[in-house]
Design a protein around this ligand. Structure first.
Ligand SMILES: [Zn+2]
Length: 399
């Protein structure tokens, strides 16, 4: 057989295996006959591939299903823990990582504070995290997916600029791949979150378009248009943290501009404002000194109805609402999901955002817009980073 023909056959087989595997992930349980129907492949091809999956421990026969006319079908399901990936969430103030199974469930989770580490020291923390995770399920781990803040070049595996990590043009994918000898994929953290919401979220509105906004130490968005991540011409679509919302006299932002959304609506901004008030009057936060104030203490004081904290939080929500109203006006995407630490302020914070969007946008683009807090919780980026890694399923298969 010619090399060309062999290559084509190999490609076809890869393609068919991925197609069947994807259908099995979508429909559980299923049967060989159903897989042939939904993939359009011949029953023989489906049977051959399913047998390989069973031999590889990826799929199990789990019983007999009801007859739809002919013989009762044998039901098949994915063995969801048979392959796992490591997902990393490199946030601006901490690193989190988890072992994620084939259905996006986190089996083990750890978090390490960044504590000002930069450059090689920050990289050492990434290694430490992967080392700890790998110990748990070394046989099943087939790849590593990374969600990182800042400008990321997914195609070349580069962190172009991650200010808090002190990384510039770092070939992170190559570095990790060489150390662990596993497939590695990197994506912007907000884009990872958007993929997770698309794949595993249970938001109320089914649509092919959505915006996922991550509001934590920094602020960014992942935009999905026609079911695909929209990266923009230069790969930096969704960098909404640096939209200027205070054109005159705003605070200096880490990007060098003044009055960016991040300087008024992020966790960092909230802490900065609270500390500045605490230094003016210790009574504002029950005599806590500025240095003693933490995000968790502010959360507590918010739910204890401290009027100072409430004002700070609602002011920050107002600016976020303003920026969201611009997105609504420009894109008319009707599904907007909020994730990140700021969502812990819950309903009152969300209500202020919605009010502002209502006040500041035209009725038509706004009317069917749903803004909600993610139901996936704070592990969204980890799950999304592994989902992005698994976009062609080939590395789940033995060969
Ligand atoms: Zn900025």
């Amino acid at each position: 057989m010619s090399t060309m023909k062999k290559a084509t056959q190999k490609y076809l087989k890869e393609h068919n295996r991925s197609l069947i595997f994807k259908k099995m992930l979508d429909q559980n349980p299923t049967s060989r006959a159903n897989l042939a129907r939904v993939t359009g492949l011949t029953p023989t091809t489906v049977s051959e591939i399913v047998s390989e999956f069973i031999t590889d421990g990826l799929v199990n026969e789990i019983g007999i299903g009801p007859s739809t006319g002919g013989k009762n079908p044998i039901l098949l399901d994915i063995v969801e823990d048979s392959r796992c990936s490591i997902g990393l969430d490199l946030a601006n103030d901490r690193l989190s990582g988890g072992i994620v199974n084939l259905r996006g469930k986190i089996k083990h989770f750890i978090t390490i504070s960044l504590n000002g580490a930069e450059g090689d020291d920050a990289l050492a923390l990434v290694f430490e995290m992967i080392d700890q995770l790998i110990k748990h399920k070394s046989e099943q781990i087939v790849g590593i997916g990374i969600g990182a803040p800042g400008l990321i070049n997914s195609r070349d595996g580069l962190v172009i600029n991650a200010v808090n990590y002190g990384w510039k043009n770092l070939p992170l994918v190559d570095i990790i791949n060489q150390r662990y000898n596993l497939p590695v994929h990197i994506i912007n953290d907000c884009q990872a979150a958007a993929i997770a919401e698309k794949q595993y979220g249970h938001a109320t509105l089914a649509t092919n378009n959505m915006i996922v906004i991550n509001v934590r130490y920094g602020i960014g968005a992942g935009i999905i248009i026609d079911s695909e991540i929209y990266q923009g011409d230069g790969g930096s679509a969704g960098e909404m943290g640096h939209i200027v919302v205070i054109p005159e006299g705003g605070e200096l932002c880490r990007c060098g501009n003044r009055g960016c959304l991040e300087t008024v609506a992020s966790v960092k901004a909230l802490l900065r404002n609270a500390k500045s008030l605490a230094s003016q009057n210790p009574k504002f936060f029950s005599n806590l000194t500025p240095n003693a104030l933490t995000f968790d203490l502010l959360l507590t004081s918010f739910f204890e109805s401290n009027p100072i904290t409430i004002k700070l939080v609602l002011d920050s929500a107002y600016y976020l609402g303003m920026a969201i109203s611009w997105l609504v006006g420009i894109l008319n995407i009707q599904k907007i999901i909020l994730i990140g630490d700021m969502t812990k302020f819950g309903e009152p914070w969300l209500a202020q955002i919605k009010n502002t969007v209502n006040e500041m946008s035209l009725e038509r683009p706004r009317s069917n817009t749903k803004i909600e807090i993610s139901k996936l919780g704070h592990k969204t980026v980890i799950v999304g980073a592994t989902a992005a890694l698994a976009s062609d399923y080939s590395f789940f298969f033995n060969q």
